[in-house]
Structures are given as C-alpha cells and as structure tokens.
Design a protein around this ligand. Structure first.
Ligand SMILES: C[S@@+](CC[C@H](N)C(=O)[O-])C[C@H]1O[C@@H](n2cnc3c(N)ncnc32)[C@H](O)[C@@H]1O
Length: 208
C-alpha cells in the first residue's frame, strides 16, 4: 500500500499545481521522445494532468498515465488519442498488463515515503522490458546548505516528502538497483528558494 497524503489532491483542486505549465517540467518528455522507437509503450508515473501522456500519445506511442489523483483533463486526452490511457492508482499498487519500453517519472519519485524508495525502484525495473529506459526527473540541490535534504525525516508542511539529490547519489541509487546510466541533464529552475534545480537522469535496465 503506497504511503501518501493528499497533498496533490488539494493542490490540483485549488489549481495551485505550478509545475504543470512550466517548460522545465515538460523537458523530460521532449528529450525522451527523441530516443523512443516508433510505437513504444510508455508508463508515466505520477502523470498529473497528463501533459506528457498527450505528448507521447500524440507522437504515436502507447502512453499510460498513472496518478493517485484523477484529473478532468484525462478525458479529453483519451478522446484525442486512441493510444492514451490513465489509471487512478499509486505506483506501488499498480499491476501492469504487460512490460513497458520506457518509464517516465517526472517529479513523483522524490516525493515518496522513505520506506518506499527501494521497492519503488525495484518495481520500475520490473515493469521495464530488458533494455528499457527510465527517465527520472528529480530535484537536485545546489549546495549542502539546502533546506531540502536527500533524507528528510519528516514530510513538508503540506504532507509530501521533498527529497533532493546530487549527481553522485542519484547515480549510486540507480546503479544499486541494477540500472546502467546513460546521461543526466540539469534543468535550472528559479523557484524553491533558488536552492534546487531539476536533474533528468536517463538510465537503462540492462538486457540481462
Ligand atoms: C509534481 S507532480 C508532477 C506531475 C506530472 N508528472 C507533471 O509533470 O506535470 C507529482 C505527481 O505525482 C503524483 N503521485 C505522487 N505519489 C504517487 C504515487 N505513489 N503513485 C502515483 N502517483 C503519485 C501526485 O499526485 C502528482 O500528480
């Protein structure tokens, strides 16, 4: 059972989901698109309003969006693209019907409960085909003085964990779960007290 408080429900209900419309947040799917074989099957964990599912399905891929919060926009995306689908489900409770060529996690993993981090990455590995790609977009702290640490002992005031990484720790985390690293890209952002950027990591589940 995923450990989750309803921070996102409230934010979406009050239209305070500032991440949805930022260029930075959409960068991951754009970069990913350039690497996918035609007709790939892609899972978007923590899809939010489904912007990336629309981009992926619009490019001809089968895109499945998963989120704990159902959002009204999904209906139009489903109507516009035959190959787009959504499921209201926490990732740890998700039972896919088949493996994915790629997984996108743009801003979801770094909010998970500390006890879920290892099982979550194991599960990402398991839902990928051998050779499949993970595109993981996480917060990257600019310095050790950052208020947001890698191992917060308590959730933020709104109920979500906010975890930040540096290159070496995110790489160690992913290789520790059997992924091979392909690239990482720092995406600058100007919110979060100017202490945090995004880091988009592309990693692959080895073929054997
Ligand atoms: C910062 S938002 C990013 C949304 C989207 N990826 C985007 O780029 O617009 C994080 C999303 O992850 C969802 N979420 C958090 N934990 C989740 C989990 N365990 N399983 C599925 N979705 C989750 C939240 O409901 C929220 O919509």
């Amino acid at each position: 059972m995923a450990r989750f408080t309803s921070w996102a429900d409230k934010i979406y209900a009050q239209a305070r989901d500032s991440w949805t419309e930022t260029d930075e947040q959409r960068y991951a799917a754009r970069l990913m698109l350039g690497t996918l074989a035609p007709g790939s099957r892609v899972l978007d964990i923590g899809t939010g309003r489904g912007r990336d599912v629309a981009v992926l399905a619009g490019a001809g891929h089968e895109a499945v969006g998963l989120d704990l919060t159902p959002l009204a926009e999904w209906e139009k995306i489903r109507a516009d693209y035959d190959r787009a689908s959504f499921e209201v489900r926490g990732f740890m409770d998700y039972r896919p019907t088949g493996a994915f060529d790629a997984v996108l996690d743009s801003g979801c993993f770094h909010h998970q409960h500390p006890d879920d981090l290892d099982p979550y990455l194991e599960k990402v590995r398991d839902v990928l085909v051998p050779g499949g790609s993970l595109w993981l977009n996480v917060f990257r702290r600019r310095s050790d003085d950052c208020a947001f640490t890698e191992n917060p002992t308590a959730p933020w005031t709104d109920g979500r964990y906010i975890r930040t990484y540096v290159e070496s720790t995110v790489k160690a985390l992913l290789t520790g779960h059997g992924f091979s690293l392909v690239s990482h890209t720092v995406i600058e952002r100007d919110d979060l007290r100017a202490e945090v950027d995004d880091m988009l990591v592309h990693a692959v589940r080895p073929k054997q």
